[in-house]
Design a protein around this ligand. Structure first.
Ligand code: C2E
Ligand code: MG
Ligand code: MG
Length: 564
């Protein structure tokens, strides 16, 4: 239905037009105004498909009407106007055309009017379609197609406007990390649902003035226009992280993700703010979920270093920059060596040795850990066989397995192949995992553990106490060994609480039939206390630091001699 506005004071002329329209194929609703005030009100009411205007009215004429219509449209008449008059001079008609009229007709020419109306209506329709197509395109260009939330382009515009008009503005970047990328790649439907559900949960935490944007896959952003201070920012970040914490129910899947947030307050422009918030995001420890960092200027350096390390890590394996060190583990009661933990070492060609605490999270974030982790398992197994073949006493060899490796579909085959290739008896291989492997849910985690057990390898739960310390996991996970985190060992001498915790963990581990290892033993008093708890195995600088393979060989040979 078309809406035609008729500016006409004569009832008769209006009726003539109405009848002419009725006779035609044009389906339109005709609205009539006869005064300047009526015209202004009608223009405020809606956009008209067509305006038909008489020339001489009591308080306006067609030229003034055209000016009013143009003013309402921001300079140009936003709708087609046809002037119809019985008494218009040619000069006036020309002037009307100058002021934006699409046509000027004589009233006596009513039969001629209809084709003109039809032409103008077709034109108006085409214009309207063009406008709506432009609006859709504009919207699409500024919207994330999966969630319909504003996208990065829209976010930047919004930030730019706020920075210009208000000055004080905060930006939070929320990153659900590689997991959500992987889910989208492997299970597109679940991936879309996950993003939509994340958007819904995040939207519930943001205020009416905040802008929630969806940058891509698992990355969202919130712009906070009136941030009262760092505490308010941290509080919002905490709520956002918390909202993403409960597992997502996606059809047949139950998926948990861990999110992290980097934020910044103010900046020169939108681009700088995004860079600053990204630098803060990179500072969040990748291995701990629910974390948040606020940008400080020194972070840029750190962010840069991270990028440098990540790009170097891509070639580190082929350039043979990795090496394994081996830290001996010994029986607490009699000091005999029972095994070794293989620990990855990396020497950057110009920066020198880099701590695994720094580069392992980068390997995990970039996905390189799967390939590098495979190399670690292979090297460790081959080394263990070399020691055995050299006639040294058989020991267990432990390697660390990241959550990403643990849930990688090729893991079981990889380990089977490595065992077959190295001829290491499977029960000699210990895989050290942490509670973080449970991120995919308990059932899939237990399934992988069962499959590993069927291969004959053993599983140790590493860093127990550092993360969730879930006693439930201890009971339900088919593990063989429990490693108490160094955090509890460090303060044993001073802290009664830590002594109680350690005593309880050892007792609990034993009641579940687990072997208990204490990590990070540095002093004789720590060792003695653990001996009174009947802890089974010690690992720490007191007994030995991690050693290069050759040094470990000598260490193993000399302890074998002592024991002989
Ligand atoms: P982790 O598996 O808990 O390894 C024990 C860490 O404690 C090692 O640090 C070891 O050098 C250190 N340590 C052992 N005894 C003592 C002690 O008495 N005092 C102190 N202060 N520290 C002690 P490192 O080698 O820096 O490795 C840190 C972490 O990096 C490891 O913790 C492990 O989570 C990870 N990592 C190392 N190698 C690998 C690897 O091949 N794969 C994976 N996924 N992670 C690895
Ligand atoms: Mg370990
Ligand atoms: Mg550990």
């Amino acid at each position: 239905m078309l809406h035609i506005l008729l500016i006409e004071d004569s009832d008769d002329d209006a009726e003539l037009l109405r009848l002419a329209l009725l006779d035609s194929e044009i389906v339109a609703q005709l609205t009539r105004v006869a005064t300047r005030a009526g015209l202004i009100a009608a223009l405020g009411e809606r956009t008209w498909d067509l305006v038909v205007c008489d020339h001489h009215l009591p308080d306006l004429d067609a030229l003034i009407a055209l000016d009013i219509i143009a003013a309402a449209g921001g300079g140009e008449p936003a709708m087609p106007v046809i002037v119809m008059s019985g008494t218009m001079e040619t000069a006036e008609a020309v002037e009307a055309m100058h002021r934006g009229a699409r046509d000027c007709m004589a009233k006596q020419d009513l039969p001629k009017l209809l084709p003109v109306l039809e032409r103008e209506i077709a034109h108006a329709r085409a214009q309207a379609e063009l406008r709506s197509a432009r609006a859709t395109l504009q919207q699409r260009a500024e919207q994330n197609p999966v969630t319909g939330l504003p996208n990065r382009a829209r976010l930047e515009l919004h930030l730019q406007t706020l920075l210009r008009d208000e000055g004080a503005v905060a930006l939070l970047l929320i990153e659900a990390g590689r997991r959500s990328h992987a889910i989208r790649a492997l299970l597109p439907d679940a991936g879309h649902k996950l993003q939509q559900e994340m958007a819904r949960r995040l939207a519930m935490q943001t205020g009416p003035e905040d802008l929630l944007a969806h940058l891509d896959d698992g990355s969202f952003a919130v712009v906070m226009p009136h941030c009262s201070g760092e505490a308010a920012l941290a509080a919002l970040a905490g709520r956002l992280n918390q909202a993403l914490e409960p597992p997502f129910e996606l059809g047949d899947y139950r998926i948990a993700i861990s999110s992290r947030i980097g934020a910044c307050r103010a900046g020169d422009d939108a681009e700088h703010m995004l860079l600053a918030a990204t630098a803060a995001l990179l500072q969040v420890d990748a291995r701990r979920g629910g974390a948040y960092r606020l940008y400080t200027p020194d972070m840029h350096q750190v962010g840069k270093r991270r990028l440098i390390l990540e790009s170097a890590l891509h070639q580190a394996l082929s350039r043979e920059e990795f090496e394994l060190h081996y830290q001996p583990k010994a029986s607490i009661s009699n000091g005999t060596i029972v095994g070794a933990e293989a620990l990855l070492r990396w020497r950057h060609p110009t920066l020198g040795p880099i701590s695994p605490l720094e580069f392992v999270p980068i390997l995990e974030d970039s996905g390189l850990i799967v390939e590098v982790g495979r190399w670690v398992i292979e090297q460790a197994c081959l080394q263990a066989c070399r020691w055995r073949d050299a006639g040294l006493p058989p020991i267990n060899i432990a390697v660390n397995l990241s959550a990403a490796q643990f849930h990688e579909s090729g893991l079981i085959d990889t380990i089977r192949d490595i065992l077959a290739g190295s001829h290491l008896p499977p029960e000699r291989l210990v895989l050290e995992i942490t509670e973080r492997v449970a991120i995919n849910g308990e059932a899939p985690t237990i399934a992988v553990m069962d499959a590993l057990h069927r291969l004959g390898v053993r599983i140790a739960l590493d860093d127990f106490g550092a993360d969730y310390s879930s006693l439930g996991y201890l009971k339900r996970f088919p593990i063989d060994t429990l490693k108490i985190d160094r955090m509890f060992i460090t303060d044993l001498d001073a802290s009664e609480a830590d002594r109680n915790i350690v005593r309880a963990i050892v007792a609990m581990g034993h009641s579940l039939g687990l072997r208990v290892v204490a990590e990070g033993i540095e002093t004789e008093t720590q060792r003695a206390f653990l001996a009174t708890c009947a802890c089974d195995v010690m690992q720490g600088y007191l007994y030995s630091r991690p050693l290069p393979a050759d040094d470990f060989t000598r260490f193993l040979a000399s302890t074998a001699l002592q024991q002989a």
